[in-house]
Design a protein around this ligand. Structure first.
Ligand code: AMP
Length: 173
């Protein structure tokens, strides 16, 4: 089954980037041509025919999965970047990290009001990043059809931070 093949290609790295964190490393899944295709199939099958006009990817692993999905759907790709990287007029949103704060940005003209979009990242942990990204998309008046993650760490309850907004997360720990 394809989900099992994808699962088998995700590597656990203990204590990265700091003690106590079990990092879910997707690079082995990306490096394997068949597994990478299975991941892209999974997302493309879910959103094909849904009228998606833009796929929005979160810096940085959301760019990999999001750009592949955009190409499959014939949609445009929009990056949400860490602060200071986008060259043109941007909206920004800040969120709490375990220590301190992070800020992400999106270009103000990246999405027309009412455009149908999917937001993509590799993994849902505490939900802070995705919640901030959804705030940015609300400011652009995007119609967010769903937020897609390859992986959800359910024990961190990140889903609760996203309220009623729909989530697709085929792999859950
Ligand atoms: P969060 O804002 O807590 O939901 O964190 C989500 C972001 O941090 C995603 O972009 C993930 O790539 C990354 N991340 C958080 N925890 C992990 C983990 N245990 N393994 C891999 N990536 C993680």
């Amino acid at each position: 089954m394809s989900l099992e093949r994808i699962l088998a290609a995700i590597r656990d790295v203990p204590d990265f980037p700091k003690p106590g964190i079990l990092f879910k490393d997707i690079t082995p899944a990306l490096e394997d041509a068949e597994v990478f295709r299975l991941i892209n199939d999974l997302f493309a099958e879910r959103y094909a025919g849904k009228g998606i006009e833009k796929v929005v990817g979160i810096d940085a692993r959301g760019f990999i999965l999001g750009a592949a999905l955009a190409d499959r759907l014939g949609a445009g790709f929009v990056p949400i970047r860490k602060k200071g990287k986008l060259p043109s007029d941007s909206f920004e949103a800040s969120y709490e990290l375990e220590y301190g704060e992070a800020t992400i940005e999106v270009h103000k003209d990246a999405i027309a009001p009412g455009q149908r979009v999917v937001l993509v990242d590799d993994l849902l942990a505490t939900g802070g990043t995705a919640a901030a990204a959804l705030d940015l998309l609300e400011r652009l008046n995007a119609d967010v059809v769903e937020t897609a993650f390859l992986i959800e760490l359910t024990f961190l309850a990140g889903r609760e931070k996203l309220g009623e907004r729909p989530i697709f997360a085929p792999i859950q720990y």
